[in-house]
Write a protein that binds this ligand. Structure first.
Ligand SMILES: [Zn+2]
Length: 490
């Protein structure tokens, strides 16, 4: 009963975003009787996604028997082909599968009709009340025989137990969950391993896998995810594209996990890549409010060696190279420095995006952020009154501050500038000064170095043009000196 209650709650969450036109009472009764439900298991949920996308439906309870039969027809026709059977299903997902007849010994008997019969018979399989409850959905009794990896990825074989609870051979899975797993190849992305993007709310999962189905309809082959070589790069690219469809508030409870696996006779391996919720909301927010800024941030993160190797094929870089911005976001590191182009003394994104990142991802409280912004604006108010060369020099002091005492002396110098320029009121009070220097410890994300980056961001945002003019003049002056020196040698 508990499971059912949970399904209702989830369903309400999903429909909340749309207008409340679906009568909730109806939904409740149909949910309990529908053939399939979301389980939270990536492989069966993926199969359900395939059923829904191919039927043009959004929720499991909308699926009719006819929809299911149509999808089975579609799948069987593809699965009977060699490219799918031995080239994909047997090679990467379900080695020696008897149900999908991917076992090489079945090649001669393999026909769409035979595969269809196997699939439909799963749905008609009688339940044995003495069998344990299904480990995946908890709704039905498991099949009488344990399920092995040839029918459900990564659950081991009779002789090689792995990846399932209790260390026994095979898993207790019901025939309906098993059926769904057989639909998974349709929505999976085929990179060098198989990629499933499991997402909640499920509407998000449908969005992520829509492309796979569209590709199949076009080419009748499994989607290669636009030839991306790295699953996380594909994920971030897609998230940027579809992020705008979701209001940030509705992503509050959202989660995304990538399952990147291979299950064949040579190996069974899986990499699980979890996208932290703040990161997910940040990328969606970036896509919505400052897509150009986000692109610039990402472009600074490509592995330099890889990007250089691929400089003749720049379109390959996002597919093949690793990206520091992505890996930092996934591992909880800070990407704050990527918001700033130190070399060109300019910002890569808007303050709005920076502010979202700092408060939602780094966890810097908004009040602190406003405080730092206020200080930065007063620094700007002071230094903009200096002549270009002096302005550039002053900011360089901040840029070069590697030790806390250097950071400290920058403020003292600006304070002196203020007095010399006759600007009323101090840059900051003693308390502010103490706060900016000591309140932020040496924590990876929030330290005085974070404050320094935030100050520079604001300064570049306001004074980029003048700073660039000043640096250009400096370079010119240096070049003139060199010319003079060279001239002297002649
Ligand atoms: Zn089940």
């Amino acid at each position: 009963m508990r499971t059912i209650r949970k399904e209702k709650r989830l369903d309400k969450f999903l429909t909340k975003s749309e207008e409340q036109k679906t009568q909730s009472k109806d939904t409740d009764t149909t949910t309990t009787s529908s053939l399939f439900t979301w389980t939270g298991h990536p492989f069966t949920d993926a199969g359900l996604v395939a059923l829904l996308l191919l039927s043009g439906k959004k929720k499991p309870e909308e699926l009719s028997k006819e929809d299911i039969e149509n999808v089975v027809n579609f799948a069987s026709r593809l699965y009977a082909r060699k490219e799918w059977s031995s080239g994909y299903i047997h090679a990467m997902m379900l080695p020696n599968s008897g149900i999908l007849m991917a076992n090489p010994s079945m090649a001669k008997k393999r026909t769409p009709e035979a595969i269809k019969k196997n699939l439909l018979s799963l749905l008609n399989e009688k339940e044995d009340p003495r069998a344990p409850i299904c480990e995946i959905c908890g709704r039905r009794h498991a099949r009488i025989k344990p399920v092995y990896r040839s029918d459900f990825p990564l659950v081991g074989t009779g002789g090689v137990p792995n990846y399932f609870p209790s260390g026994k051979d095979g898993a207790n899975i019901c025939s309906h969950c098993l059926f769904l797993a057989q639909m998974m190849p349709l929505v999976a992305y085929r990179l060098s391993r198989v990629l499933i993007i499991h997402a909640y709310p499920y509407q998000l999962m449908l969005e992520f896998h829509k492309e796979a189905i569209e590709d199949i309809k076009k080419s009748e082959l499994a989607s290669t995810a636009r030839d991306f070589k790295r699953p996380e790069n594909f994920l971030f690219e897609k998230l940027t594209e579809i992020g705008t469809k979701f209001e940030i508030g509705k992503l509050e409870n959202a989660s995304i996990t990538l399952y990147y696996f291979v299950n064949n006779n040579q190996s069974q391996e899986m990499e699980v890549i979890y996208i932290p919720n703040p990161v997910l909301r940040f990328v969606a927010f970036a896509a919505r409010v400052d897509r150009a800024g986000w692109k610039k941030i990402v472009s600074m993160g490509w592995n330099k060696g890889c990007a250089k190797r691929l400089s003749k094929k720049p379109e390959e870089i996002p597919k093949s190279c690793s990206n520091d911005v992505y890996s930092k976001l996934l591992s909880g590191g800070s990407i704050l420095p990527y918001f700033i182009d130190f070399q060109n003394r300019k910002v890569n994104a808007s303050w709005r995006l920076l502010s979202f990142y700092c408060s939602e991802v780094l966890g810097l409280d908004r009040e602190a952020l406003e405080f730092i912004k206020g200080i930065a604006d007063r620094i700007v108010e002071t230094v903009e009154k200096l002549p270009d060369n002096k302005l550039s020099r002053r900011i360089r002091e901040l840029e070069r501050a590697e030790k806390l005492y250097q950071f400290e002396s920058f403020f003292i110098r600006v304070e002196k500038d203020r007095q010399e320029l006759g600007i009323p009121e101090a840059l900051m009070s003693f308390d502010d000064f103490a706060r900016i220097l000591t309140s932020y410890g040496e924590d990876l994300n929030v330290s005085w170095k974070t404050v320094k980056n935030l100050l520079l961001f604001r300064i570049y945002e306001k004074l980029h043009d003048r700073l660039m003019k000043a640096s250009a003049e400096e370079v010119e002056a240096e070049e003139n000196e060199e010319e003079f020196e060279e001239g002297g040698e002649e």
